[in-house]
Design a protein around this ligand. Structure first.
Ligand SMILES: [Zn+2]
Length: 495
């Protein structure tokens, strides 16, 4: 029988490592007759420490012994939903958004799911997160509830809230201090106990927050659709074990205090997961600036982007810079970097400059993604969409994918071979790739190629899932727009 006195003080929120054998029922212990109230107390506690299977057993007993207890029946349903989330990663993401909208501090009542991944020692680093079985691009790897979390409608103040929430939690549940101190905190030597008792080291809290907190929009859907949603920041212990690379193979997104991690390429088992701690992808990769930002983490990034940027001479870097200015001028935006417009565009000049820019690279884009070249191709694509030029829109969209390191077969116009579009290799994933797949979907449809249109639509949904965290809202965000365009045999555009 569950013994509350044996239970360590434990947070009243779900934690990713909830498999505490202390809470298991033992068949050898003699049965004790418990009152309805005692059973309810047990159920509440088991729910609060995320032991949903045990909780459901207690609630089933209440339902059987006390059939008039309607509350226990509804709590049993809720607990079974948590169990499905925890064990299978089955979430009703729309209900998560509904909770976010109604809770003033968006800390949700949902379980943490840990899929085919585990923490292992990583060469040269403390630890890392690895796949344990083959995964496909878009697969859900983790959906983790925050250890601590801060939210504000305004852009500032969330780090102070996060600090307060973290200290409060560690003070209330000191048995969590060892787990918290296992998160990377640089060279700082934390104080974990004073006079034989647990101690909440505020400097450790500050170091962990500085090096491991994630901040951003309340939901990734809001940021994807450019809607304002306030600002949040939090600590996710399992996600904090993921090491840095400028070339990510997984991607994080958020719904309130739930962090969703999906694979953004196909991976075999035993692959270490990486994502970037720094840098935007809408510019040429800057080796010095990247290493500078990573200094406090105590390592030098040697990913293909960094190695390539390091090997690029200053003369080439200057030439690229000059060609980017020329591109901006050709897009008639007054030379502002990274901001291209499809207004008055000199197409021939743009294409010519892009070719000159391409000649400054010695590797192919599949070998080393060209982070300074995908956005002008996207601008060019949008221009072809506005002009209704399907062939050019397809070619230009495929260049966006190529520049980001994708290898896609069977997508060219006219079709060669089976008519199947196959992503041989996934590249760097940016939010705009949903738009790119949407353009391919509707461009193929406009050309009467419905088979490839459907494949492109499916890739749009997978990519949407990767960048937003779920694909259950795809239809509301993009689907109807796309279908109208397909029916009318026209290219998709945001207007
Ligand atoms: Zn790098």
């Amino acid at each position: 029988m569950f013994d509350l006195k044996r239970a360590p003080s434990y947070p009243k929120t779900q934690c990713f490592d909830s498999r505490l054998s202390d809470f298991e029922y033992s068949p050898t212990e003699p049965p004790i007759i418990q009152s309805e109230q005692e059973l309810q107390t047990d159920a509440d506690y088991l729910y609060s420490v995320a032991l949903y299977r045990d909780c459901s057993k207690v609630l089933k007993t209440i339902c059987k012994e006390y059939p008039g207890n309607k509350q226990a029946r509804s709590e049993l349903t809720r607990t079974i939903f948590r169990l499905l989330e925890q064990q299978r990663g089955t979430y009703n993401f729309k209900s998560l958004y509904a909770e976010v909208a109604t809770r003033p501090t968006p800390q949700l009542d949902h379980a943490t799911y840990v899929g085919s991944v585990e923490v292992r020692d990583s060469s040269g680093k403390d630890r890392g997160l690895f796949t344990t079985s083959p995964v496909k691009a878009g697969d859900l790897l983790v959906c983790e509830k925050a250890f601590s979390y801060g939210y504000s409608k305004y852009q500032s103040g969330t780090n102070i809230m996060l600090r307060e929430a973290t200290i409060k939690k560690l003070t209330e549940y000191p048995n969590l201090i060892p787990m918290f101190s296992s998160v990377y905190h640089g060279s700082y030597e934390p104080i974990l106990a004073v006079d034989g008792g647990p101690f909440v080291d505020q400097k450790l809290v500050d170091r962990v927050i500085k090096l491991n907190s994630f901040g951003g929009s309340l939901t990734s859907l809001a940021s994807h659709t450019s809607k304002s949603s306030g600002h949040s920041s939090g600590i996710w212990i399992l996600a904090a074990s993921i090491n840095h690379s400028c070339t990510a193979n997984c991607r994080r997104s958020f719904i309130g205090d739930m962090q969703i991690i999906r694979a953004c390429r196909d991976m075999p088992p035993d692959t270490e997961l990486f994502w970037p701690y720094t840098r935007s992808l809408a510019q040429d990769h800057d080796y010095e600036a990247t290493q500078q930002e990573l200094q406090e983490y105590g390592f030098v990034c040697a990913c293909e982007l960094c190695e390539d940027a390091k090997a690029t001479g200053s003369k080439t870097a200057k030439r690229r810079e000059m060609l980017r200015v020329e591109l901006s001028a050709a897009f008639a935006t007054g030379g502002q970097r990274g901001a291209f417009d499809c207004g008055k565009v000199d197409t021939a000049r743009v294409e010519r400059t892009l070719n000159l820019l391409a000649n400054t690279y010695s590797s192919t884009a599949v070998e080393v993604p060209r982070t300074g070249m995908w956005d002008p191709y996207l601008a060019l694509t949008r221009m072809y969409v506005v002009l209704g030029r399907s062939h050019e829109a397809i070619s230009s969209t495929l260049k966006v994918f190529e520049m980001l390191g994708f290898e896609i077969r069977g997508a060219q116009i006219p079709a060669i071979g089976s008519g199947m579009v196959i992503v041989e290799k996934w590249g760097l994933v940016v939010d705009y790739l949903v738009e790119c797949w949407m353009i391919l979907w509707t461009a193929y449809a406009a050309l009467g190629d419905l088979e490839r249109a459907e494949i492109a639509r499916n890739f749009a949904i997978v990519t949407y899932g990767i960048v937003v965290g779920e694909d259950q809202t795809f239809e509301e965000t993009y689907g109807s727009n796309g279908r109208i365009c397909v029916l009318q045999r026209m290219l998709w555009s945001k207007q």
